[in-house]
Design a protein around this ligand. Sequence first.
Ligand code: HSE
Length: 328
Amino acid sequence: MKVALIGLGSVGRGVATMLAKKDLGLTITGIADSKSGLIEDKGINITKVLANKKKTGMCGDSRITAIDVIKKADYDALIEVTPTNALSGEPATGYIRTALNRKKHVVTSNKGPVALSYKELRALALKKGVAFRYEATVAGAIPIMHVLEHGLAGNEILAIYGVLNGTCNFILTRMADEGLTYEQALMEAREMGYAEADPTYDVQGIDAAIKLVILANTIWGNGVKLADVDRTGIDLLTADALRLAEEEGCTIRLIAEAIPRKKLIRVSPRIIEKTHPLVVEGTLNALTLETDMAKEITLIGRGAGSIETASAIIGDLLFIRDCHVQRP
Ligand code: HSE
């Protein structure tokens, strides 16, 4: 299968590195970052492009833009991994629309288009007979969308609770375990490539709220929006509050929860017992689904990171290639 890769930040480089390393039958024929692009119908030498990117900051020719690649390259699936803009969803939504209109499958890790334009993009994909998949937008490497779509098919999902932001979880863990200040821990998270391009998205709970919106729309199709989420971040949390919780055998985690029967959709720091299944360490995410048949299921895995997110993207691509069927 031929793919075009748009975005060469932490996630894009992770995808490119894994496609160069593993023989998965996925060939990159178009690539673009924010400054340049490259189109080669017979396949791009990714190792060379990554080396070039490291040296010059560009992956290709400055006269070729992302939209040129999306419109002109020969590919079956677009991989859209540019940074999230939660206010407009652009330019990613436009990129995705253009590819779907060309009858190309789309796989994205970009939360903006899915949170803001889910219904429209899904309907467009359906109309054009292609897939629109977004596993990587929620909980990093945890295959939550596949579990909802396949493993729990036929179940009614009654509620979801989870730790959905790896950066906040990393910061809270580092503050509690190593006594780092909030600022030191945030700096580390940024250096490790966990945080969003704009880390206020992480620490103010916006990223977790967007993921909750994506989950709610996927599960219940209820059209909830970011503004509907009752949201508090960890940016105002003090080291003292964390220490007091620890003294009581508890800790603090940023919990996202959606419970339709209570009309509740919220992201907030919560004091929870250390033995609770949602108390996970570092960049781990955890997600509990309350269902009618399967009862409670908790999934735990890496919620952020270049290669971990690449895992979700590559899973979507191979699913499209090997298993995609047109479904209403
Ligand atoms: N910044 C996000 C996080 C990346 O820390 O969870 C994964 O969506």
